[in-house]
Design a protein around this ligand. Sequence first.
Ligand SMILES: *[C@@H]1O[C@H](CO)[C@@H](O)[C@H](O)[C@H]1NC(C)=O
Ligand SMILES: *[C@@H]1O[C@H](CO)[C@@H](O)[C@H](O)[C@H]1NC(C)=O
Ligand SMILES: *[C@@H]1O[C@H](CO)[C@@H](O)[C@H](O)[C@H]1NC(C)=O
Ligand SMILES: *[C@@H]1O[C@H](CO)[C@@H](O)[C@H](O)[C@H]1NC(C)=O
Ligand SMILES: *[C@@H]1O[C@H](CO)[C@@H](O)[C@H](O)[C@H]1NC(C)=O
Ligand SMILES: *[C@@H]1O[C@H](CO)[C@@H](O)[C@H](O)[C@H]1NC(C)=O
Ligand SMILES: *[C@@H]1O[C@H](CO)[C@@H](O)[C@H](O)[C@H]1NC(C)=O
Ligand SMILES: *[C@@H]1O[C@H](CO)[C@@H](O)[C@H](O)[C@H]1NC(C)=O
Length: 760
Amino acid sequence: MTKEISLPVLILHHALPCLLFLLLGVSNAASELEDYQTYIIRMDHSHKPASFLTHESWHRSVLKTLSYPANDEEMMLYSYNHVIHGFSARLTALQLSEIEKSSAHLATYPESFGKLFTTHSPKFLGLKGKSGLLPAASYGEGIIIGIIDTGIWPESDSFNDRGMPPVPERWKGQCENGTAFSPSVCNKKLIGARSFSKGLQAAGINISKEYDYNSTRDFFGHGTHTSSTAAGNHVPGVSHFGYARGTARGVAPRAHVAMYKVLWATDTEKSAASDVLAGMDQAIADGVDVMSLSLGFGQTPFFKDVIAIGSLSAIRKGIVVVCAAGNDGGRQTIYNGAPWITTVGAGTLDRSFHSTITLDNGLTFKGISYFPQSVYIADAPLYYGKDDLNKATCNLGALNPDEVAGKVVICDNTTKIDVYGQMEEVDRVGAHAAIFLTDTSDLYSDDYSIPSLTLPTSSGILIREYVTGRKKPMLKTMRFVLTELGTKPAPQVASFSSRGPDPISPGILKPDILAPGVDVLAAVAPNIPYMEMGNYELVTDYALYSGTSMAAPHVAGVAALLKAVHQDWSPAAIRSAIMTAAYTIDNTGSILKDENTGLLATPLDFGAGHINPSKAMDPGLIYDINFQDYVEFLCGLGYNEKQMKIVLQQSQWNCSQEPTDLNYPSFIAIFTNETVKNFSRVVTYVGEKEASYRAFLDCPMGMKIRAEPSILTFTEKYQKQAFVLSVEIDGNAPGMIYGNLKWIDQHNHTVSSPIVAIKT
Ligand SMILES: *[C@@H]1O[C@H](CO)[C@@H](O)[C@H](O)[C@H]1NC(C)=O
Ligand SMILES: *[C@@H]1O[C@H](CO)[C@@H](O)[C@H](O)[C@H]1NC(C)=O
Ligand SMILES: *[C@@H]1O[C@H](CO)[C@@H](O)[C@H](O)[C@H]1NC(C)=O
Ligand SMILES: *[C@@H]1O[C@H](CO)[C@@H](O)[C@H](O)[C@H]1NC(C)=O
Ligand SMILES: *[C@@H]1O[C@H](CO)[C@@H](O)[C@H](O)[C@H]1NC(C)=O
Ligand SMILES: *[C@@H]1O[C@H](CO)[C@@H](O)[C@H](O)[C@H]1NC(C)=O
Ligand SMILES: *[C@@H]1O[C@H](CO)[C@@H](O)[C@H](O)[C@H]1NC(C)=O
Ligand SMILES: *[C@@H]1O[C@H](CO)[C@@H](O)[C@H](O)[C@H]1NC(C)=O
C-alpha cells in the first residue's frame, strides 16, 4: 500500500495568506521582489584574499561591494564552508552578472526545489537481539546519525534516552530554540536539532504558524518516522491502530540522532536546495558519522547537482551518505545515483493486514484491510447490484441509499477501486460495511472511512455466485485488525521504487540496495490526525508509511552499526559490505519479484539485493574506493576543467592516462558494437584467518563471464588482490541480461556482486 503523503488541508488553507497579501496591495514590494532570485554561488576558495579571516566574511564582502549593493544581511541566505565553498543569496540579474565576472566565481545554480520520497523492521532484517551485528555493534553506541528531513517530535517515546551513552565529546552540534521547541527537549538520544528555511522564505513561501512550527519540531511526521526508523529507542506495545502491534525499535537503537530540518509543510511540500545544502553543511560541521536524506531534486549531471557535490564533501570526511532512490517506479528513474552515495530502493515486508468475512453458507475469505478499529460485524444483510452494472461496481452516484443503508455492500470493479470513487459512494449511502472485489485497489491505509476489505477477483467468483443465488444473502461475521506475518512472497521490489539504469551515470548500477519501504511502522508527530473517519479525526503516535524515504533510514541505521564495529572503514567499504552481503532470494526460494508485475525482478530493480545486516558485519572482502578513485571516475566522464573543479572543489587533480574502472561492488556493461567488456577490480581482505577465495560465476544464456585469476589467496588482514572480470555477450543475448559473481572462501564468506549487460 503506497501513497504520496499529501497535505490537502495545508493546500486549502494556504491560499488564504496569499490572498491577503495581494489584497493589502503591497504591490511595490511585490514587483521589487520579482527582480530578486535566489542563487547558490560556488566560489573558488583558493581566490579568497588572505585579509579575510573567514569564508563568510569574504562572501559578505562580495555582496557588499557590488555596484548596487543591498544590505548584505538581507541578501545573503547562507555561507557554506563544508559541503561546498560558496554562498546562497537573493540577487538581481545585474548583481548576478557582476559576481559571475569575478575570477573567483565558479558556478551558479538557480534555486531549485526537491521533494520527499514518501509515498503516502528490524525483525525482518534479521537483526536479533542476542547475537549478530546488534550486540557486536553495541546497538550503534557512539555513532551519530544526521537526518536531513522535516524535523522531529522530540517527546515521542522513540527518542527517550533510557540506556543511552553520554553525548560524544567530539559532538559540536546543538539544539536550537524556536517555536514549541526548547533546547531542553534534547537528551542523550536526540543530540542535535536545527532548522533551515531561509531559502524557502526567500522564494516567497511563508513558514506560517498554522501549518508548521518555526523550529525543528516536526509538523507532519516524516522526519520523526525516518529518525525513529534509523535510531529510535525500544518502545514496547506500539501499533498502527492495532495493526503491526509490537516493539518499535530503530535499526541502531543506541545511536544518537541529530535532526536538520530543511523540509517544511508549505503548499508546495518542497525543500529549497539552498536550505538542504545548509543542513548538510551544518551536519558535516557538527560531526555526524552517517547522513540520511529521504528527498531528491532533479536528475542532472553531477556538476549541476548540489546534493551530489555536497555528498562528495561529506564522503571525503568519512561520513556515509545514504539517500532514497526515488518513488517514480519505472526504468531510468533513479535519483541520488552519484557513485559516492549509497542509493536505496524499497522492498516489501513479510507482513500484511487483514480482515476476514464469513458468509451465511460457511465460506470464509481473507482480504486486505487497514480499517483502524477492531469492530465485529455479525449477521448483516448483503447487497449486490446484480442487475445494474453501475450499481454492482459502486460507481460514484450509482447506489440508492434506500436499498443499501445498513447493509454490507459488495462492489465489483476489476479496474478501479479508490477513495474518491467506490469508498466515497459506500460512505455516502450509509452502507454498514463494504467488500471490494478487485485486483487493482488504490486504497491506502488512511482511506478506510467505513469497515471494508479488498478481495482478489479470484475469490470473488464464489461470493458473486452466493449473492446472486440467494434471495436474502447474509454475512455471518466480519473481523478487523488482523496482522499476518510470514506473508509470501517477501520481500518484493515495491511497485513505486525507482529503477535503474541511472540516466546520469549508466555505467554504475543503481540502486545499490533494497531495504524495507512498504508499510513501515515508526513514530510520527501526533499533532495532526492520521485520518478522518466520519466526524472523527484519528490521531496516532506510530503509523505505517511507505516510500524509499522509509528504506533509506534503515540503511543509515545499518551503516551506523557497521561503523560502530569497524570504525576505520571508509563509506565505500561500509557500502561494499552492505551490498556484497545482500540476498536476492525471497521467502519462497525464488529470485526477488517485482510487486508491479509479479515477475522476477532484476539488479536494475534491486541492485545488489535486499539488505542483510548481520552478514554485512563480516563480509570477508570489500571493494574499497578512495577519493582519488572518484576523481578518476569523474575524469572518465569527459567533464571539462571547470566542471571538474566544480565537482571536486579543488583547483588541481590528477587524471591517469588510461581510463580506470571505479572499484564498485557491482558491474554494469553497456554494449554498443563491441561484445566483450573487461572490468578491473581490487578486493581487500577484512577477515582474520588466512583465506582462499574462489570465483563462482552465474552465466545466463547469451552471456559468458570469466574472472581472472579465479582464485584469490590472502594471508593477512587488509591484503589486496586484483582481478579482471570479463563479460562477453553473443548475438543471441537479449537486450538486458543478468549474471552474478560470488567469491566464496573456505570459511563460507560469500561476496556477491550482480552483473548486468545491456545491448543498445
Ligand atoms: C508572509 O508573512 C509575512 C509576515 O507575517 C506577511 O507580511 C506576508 O504577507 C506573507 N507572505 C505571503 C506570501 O503569504
Ligand atoms: C525561544 O523561542 C521562543 C519562540 O520563538 C521564544 O518565545 C523564546 O523567547 C526563546 N527563548 C530564548 C531563550 O531565546
Ligand atoms: C523563524 O525563526 C527565526 C529565528 O528563530 C526568525 O528569524 C524568523 O523570522 C522566524 N520566521 C517566521 C516566519 O516567524
Ligand atoms: C469501474 O469503475 C470505474 C469508475 O470508478 C468505471 O469507469 C468502470 O466502468 C468500472 N469498471 C467496471 C468493470 O465496471
Ligand atoms: C598529482 O600527481 C603528482 C605526481 O604523482 C603528485 O605530486 C601531486 O601531488 C598530485 N596532485 C594531486 C592534486 O593529487
Ligand atoms: C563502434 O562504433 C563507433 C561509433 O559508433 C566507432 O567509432 C567504432 O570504431 C566502432 N567499433 C568497432 C569495433 O566497430
Ligand atoms: C579481457 O580480459 C581477458 C582475460 O580475462 C583478456 O584475455 C582479454 O584480452 C581482455 N580484453 C580486453 C579488451 O582487454
Ligand atoms: C559452509 O556451508 C556448507 C553448506 O552451506 C556447509 O556444508 C559447510 O559445513 C559450511 N562450512 C563452514 C566452514 O561453515
